[in-house]
Ligand binder design. Structure first.
Ligand SMILES: O=C1O[C@H](COP(=O)(O)O)[C@@H](O)[C@H](O)[C@H]1O
Length: 224
């Protein structure tokens, strides 16, 4: 794991956005189309604000979420809402977006079709993840109902997930997809998450600390 500590959050968000833009640009120089997976939640908004204004061949970039909450797009809890409002604006509005929430009754109903839609975009060119203080990443939560399946080497690309720590059902990219990304970053803030990261490294067990699935290959970005 590479760990980058920043003097403050503003510097981290700008620096990280520039690093992601550089990696997307490099991927675009070698491929006709590239994929970019991004987290939802409360942390990545400022990274998206900077990235959205970057000059890139965004029309050759497919953006997807690392995970989605099974709520309609107009819900405050929707990760799609965040991405549409903060990332897919300005220059990045030219990117393609691959939504996970389909409006079907449940994430289980959507899973097979969604796995087929994700497949052509793998391996992910660039993947940015968040992490919760409970050491979940994407929607791989400790104790989640299908965590074992999602951690398996032969896991499907996406799986529905329910967990005590998650107020609504989720759909998430699985461990092999996340681990297979050509470039992996995790963005976290605050003392609690830094402690959680240290705990995850001690445990070194994705069943207890799901973020461990990516830590070996990821750069973790942290600011107080
Ligand atoms: O529920 C989620 O949580 C994680 C972490 O979110 P944060 O609010 O603590 O930054 C996020 O990475 C994930 O995409 C989201 O669905």
């Amino acid at each position: 794991m590479k760990f980058k500590e920043y003097p403050d959050r503003d510097m981290m968000m700008i620096d990280l956005a520039n690093a992601l833009a550089g990696e997307l640009n490099q991927a675009l120089s070698g491929h006709d189309a590239v994929s970019f997976a991004v987290p939802g939640g409360t942390t990545p908004g400022p990274v998206f604000d900077t990235l959205a204004a970057v000059d890139l061949d965004w029309d050759r970039v497919t953006v997807m979420l690392t995970d989605e909450r099974w709520v309609p797009e107009d819900s405050k809890r929707s990760n799609t809402k965040l991405v549409k409002e903060r990332l897919l604006t300005d220059k990045a509005a030219a990117a393609q977006f691959l939504p996970f929430y389909t409006g079907e009754n449940s994430a289980d109903d959507a899973m097979a079709d969604l796995a087929d839609r994700v497949a052509p975009h793998l391996p992910l060119s660039v993947c940015l993840l968040g992490m919760g203080a409970d050491m979940h990443t994407a929607s791989l939560f400790p104790g989640a109902d299908r965590l074992g399946e999602a951690l398996a080497a032969d896991a499907p690309h996406v799986l529905p997930m329910r967990a005590d720590g998650a107020p609504e059902p989720r759909i998430t990219l699985t461990a092999p997809v996340l681990r297979g990304a050509m470039s992996l970053h995790v963005v976290i803030t605050g003392a609690e998450k830094r402690k959680a990261l240290e705990r995850a490294r001690e445990l070194d067990d994705p069943a207890q600390a799901p973020v461990c699935v990516v830590l070996k290959d990821a750069t973790v970005h942290w600011a107080e």
